[in-house]
Design a protein around this ligand. Structure first.
Ligand SMILES: Nc1nc2c(c(=O)[nH]1)N[C@H]1C(S)=C(S)[C@@H](COP(=O)(O)O)O[C@H]1N2
Ligand SMILES: [Mo]
Length: 489
């Protein structure tokens, strides 16, 4: 039942969403640190376990002659589930709570019937308990079996409905027109790749995924539209075809970075994005000079916001393609924003449905009340990709490799310090553009023993990456990436 419409969602998902919305940003970072991008699976498993334990408790209460307490438990569950559904990020009607309410009503009814029939009172009422008990137990087990089978059938049916919808969207994703760029962007030369550094382009399947969506929104491109609203001369709504035929389709290579990325972490990746230029689309509507914030709104209620001033000629895109294919559903199909130089939470709204022009005074985007900064340019960072921390490597010549980034500025130098020695220059791979990471390598003659390797960069404006360590909260981690390697034969 919970699968029949986008709005009739499982109470488990609603509760999970509210948990995600309510936890402070520090705990979200902790969850990412502990579970990586599996943090959502961990949350769902946690909620599932809590429900099983709660249901067991209610059952025990009911059969210990505490039917009223058991029913109060069901009512508490119904209240929590309904509240979670109704306090959704997007506007919802009262019937968003229907799956929880219906499920709780059925549960309460079944409990009452079972306890009346087979509970302790029913058992005592008979003069010859031995005559009824085995029979009663059998009937009780039979009822349980029926209920379990019913629940399982509902779950399978729900899954199938969801899968049908998924395959409809998947078919649209492959058949939907994937407009070609007006001029083809030349493939990146192989000289941008350094030995033993991450792949210059991050494959879509390997690209990190961070969002608050427990269930990936499945949007059919035929139903999709993008509205430009708020402080503009002329609000305009575009279908996918209108958007991609009214503006030049362009491609741009951009390194996207998450504010939650810790020093040395992998919440960063580079892709060739295809889309239309955000500045051209907004120019068409005419930006009110009083507006200072561009807010991207998602179909799932998420919002990101960044300064109008970021439209300074950089390749900010309304993107619909990633590495030569339509955006994968997890990365925002059918369209998302990508803005070079700004952390994803402010700029890179996925499943984009609205771009609203407003002010920072008038509107806080999703992560601001949760403790993150309203404005968040990406901080200059460097990472050692090989060897990995605590690797054991044989003595002799080896190549240390990695990446460094300072989007929209560019990287001029990468330096290493081995065992806290003087900074030495690494070899730089070619720069593709100033919005992608720059790769580096360093040939090292490893001697036996335990060694530390530290990396830093100098950006194209001459700034040296700070050694001062700060956490991702509130506006991005700083500090040098240091690893320990064990060189032994
Ligand atoms: N709708 C929506 N868009 C979102 C988010 C989200 O939670 N919901 N997370 C943002 C964050 S924090 C980042 S870092 C990027 C990550 O994009 P990716 O998952 O494609 O790598 O998406 C941004 N866009
Ligand atoms: Mo992020």
């Amino acid at each position: 039942m919970a699968a029949t419409s986008e709005r009739l969602r499982s109470p488990v998902i609603d509760v999970g969403d509210r948990v995600i919305d309510l936890v402070p940003a520090a705990i979200k970072d902790l969850a990412i640190a502990l579970f990586g991008t599996n943090d959502k699976i961990a949350l769902l498993v946690g909620i599932g376990l809590a429900i099983v334990i709660f249901a067991a408790l209610v059952g025990v209460l009911a059969f210990r002659d505490r039917l009223a307490a058991a029913l109060a438990g069901v009512a508490a569950f119904a209240t929590l589930g309904s509240a979670a559904a109704l306090l959704s990020r997007t506007d919802v009607a009262w019937w968003a709570a229907a799956p929880t309410l219906a499920g709780s009503a059925v549960t309460a009814g079944v409990l009452v019937v079972l306890v009346r029939r087979f509970g302790p009172a029913a058992q005592e009422a008979t003069s010859d308990p031995m005559a009824l008990r085995p029979n009663g137990r059998r009937r009780f087990l039979a009822s349980l079996g029926v209920i379990t089978a019913g629940a399982a059938t509902a779950a399978v049916a729900g899954r199938q409905l969801n899968q049908r919808r998924d395959s409809v969207v998947a078919a649209a994703r492959t058949n939907s027109t994937f407009p070609e760029p007006a001029t083809t962007l030349a493939p990146a030369p192989s000289s941008v790749q350094a030995p033993n550094a991450a792949s210059f382009y991050t494959a879509n399947a390997d690209f990190y995924r961070i969002d608050t969506a427990l269930v990936v929104p499945r949007i059919s491109v035929d139903d999709w539209a993008l509205s430009v609203t708020g402080m503009v001369d002329e609000p305009i709504t575009y279908t996918f075809d209108e958007l991609t035929s009214s503006f030049d389709v362009v491609e741009s290579d951009i390194t996207l970075t998450c504010v939650s990325n810790t020093v040395g972490g992998d919440l960063v990746g580079t892709a060739r994005w295809r889309g239309v230029r955000l500045d051209q689309v907004l120019e068409q509507s005419g930006i009110d000079p009083g507006a200072d914030q561009i807010v991207g709104r998602s179909s799932d209620g998420y919002t990101g916001g960044f300064p109008v001033a970021a439209l300074d000629g950089r390749d900010a895109l309304i993107a619909f393609g990633m590495n030569g294919e339509p955006l994968p559903p997890e990365h925002g199909y059918p369209a998302r924003l990508i803005v070079p130089g700004l952390y994803g939470y402010v700029s890179a709204t996925k499943w984009l449905t609205e771009i609203e022009l407003t002010t920072f005074d008038a509107f806080d985007h999703y992560w601001v009340p949760r403790g993150y900064a309203a404005e968040a340019p990406i901080k200059q960072q460097s990472r050692i990709d090989s060897p990995r921390g605590l690797d054991r490597i044989p003595p002799g010549p080896t190549v240390i490799g990695g990446v460094a980034w300072a989007q929209t500025v560019g990287i001029d130098a990468v330096e290493l310090s081995i065992d806290d020695g003087p900074w030495i220059a690494a070899d730089l791979a070619d720069e593709l553009n100033d919005s992608t990471w720059r790769q580096w390598s360093y040939p090292w003659d490893a001697t036996a023993g335990r060694h530390t390797i530290t990396v830093r960069n100098r950006n194209a404006a001459g700034a040296i990456q700070t050694s001062e360590r700060s956490e991702p909260l509130p506006d991005g981690a700083t500090g040098h990436h240091t690893i320990v390697v064990l060189v032994e034969s």
